[in-house]
Design a protein around this ligand. Structure first.
Ligand code: CP
Ligand code: NVA
Length: 317
């Protein structure tokens, strides 16, 4: 695995290895076990969109692993305007051991990876949010146990980047997923085909519907995301009207299993896709979910950068 761009590109085995390593790293962090698996390694982070969780968790994660993260915002770096994507990729590859990018068009992530000689991490594009989805399935396993057979996850909302990566991640780990979106907001067909193929291999089902009630019925996990993603602000009014019936509120979660968990990648637009009562309620795990970004991303970084270093460390300790 050279890059971390799409969960679909990983084997089920690779996903399992990352999740196991994340559990180990979380344990070490909680028990203050010292290690520096990425000693002297560095990560250059390009953010063309805002971020709280992703930026802070990667920066803190690199520091905890003994390395360094450098934040480069679009204004400073001018990716594709001040300098071509290829030249930035080749330059950063001489200084840093990995490059992370959060951007609009997914092609920019692929182009960066094409020219970079070091691993590239997709920290969100308009198409995918793979770091989020791996942390999400990690959270589901943590809360619901390793036996995922028969578990039903419902994603209710926009068929967006978060939904796309969640479909791939669920298929890789074997969680049945029902996606419910308003008409016209269904997930991307190519991503759906890939997820269906992965789901067949895993022997699980992914259903795509337009009915939030059917999706919520008997669900173990209810997941939503904003109705208007970054870059779509001009459509906000129209979306608010078209997504009205897809709000996660007390009535809708009343259809789920009594011990359902509520998940949201955050940031949340309270009062739109979710009510305060649900997101602040006893079934909400949104901040545990946010914390797990740190542990899972540390595992992704170690897998990309430090496998050999980690093996050496474990041999010599
Ligand atoms: N969930 C997530 O990626 O949050 P940020 O946009 O704050 O990074
Ligand atoms: N779908 C959202 C996710 C934010 C983490 C967006 O792209 O804005």
């Amino acid at each position: 695995m050279k890059d971390f761009i799409s969960i679909h590109d990983l084997s089920a085995r690779q996903v399992e290895e990352i999740l196991n390593l994340a559990a180990d790293l979380k344990d070490k962090q909680k028990n203050k076990v010292k290690h520096e698996y990425l000693w002297a390694k560095s990560l250059a982070m390009i953010f063309e969109k805002p971020s709280t969780r992703t930026r802070v968790s990667f920066e803190v994660g690199m520091w905890q692993l003994g390395g360094l993260a450098i934040n480069l915002d679009q204004e400073a770096i001018g990716l594709g305007t001040r300098e071509s994507v290829g030249d930035v990729a080749r330059t950063l590859s001489r200084f840093a051991d990995a490059i992370l990018i959060r951007t609009f068009a997914h092609d920019k992530v692929s182009e960066l990876a094409k020219y970079a000689s070091v691993p590239v991490i997709n920290a969100l594009s308009d198409l995918l949010h793979p770091c989020q989805a791996l942390a999400d399935v990690f959270t589901v396993i943590e809360k619901k146990g390793r036996d995922l057979k028969g578990l039903k996850m419902a994603y209710i909302g926009d068929g967006n980047n978060v939904c796309h990566s969640l479909m791939s991640a669920s298929a890789k780990v074997g969680i049945n997923l029902t996606v419910a979106t308003p008409r016209g907001y269904e997930p991307n067909e190519k991503i759906v085909d890939q997820a269906f193929a992965d789901a067949r291999k895993a022997g699980i089902e992914i259903d795509i519907l337009n009915d939030p009630v059917i999706a919520a019925q008997g669900a173990d996990v209810i997941y939503t995301d904003v109705w208007t993603s970054m870059g779509q602000e001009a459509e906000s009014r129209k979306r608010k009207a078209e997504f009205r019936d897809f709000q996660i509120n007390s009535a809708l979660v009343g259809l789920a299993k009594p011990d359902y968990i509520f998940m949201h990648c955050l940031p949340a637009h309270r009062g739109e896709e979710v009510t305060d009562q649900v997101i602040d309620g006893p079934n909400s795990v949104v901040f545990d979910q946010a914390e797990n970004r740190l542990h899972v991303q540390k595992a992704i970084l170690v897998k990309l950068l430090g496998d050999k270093q980690l093996a050496l460390y474990l041999e010599n300790r």
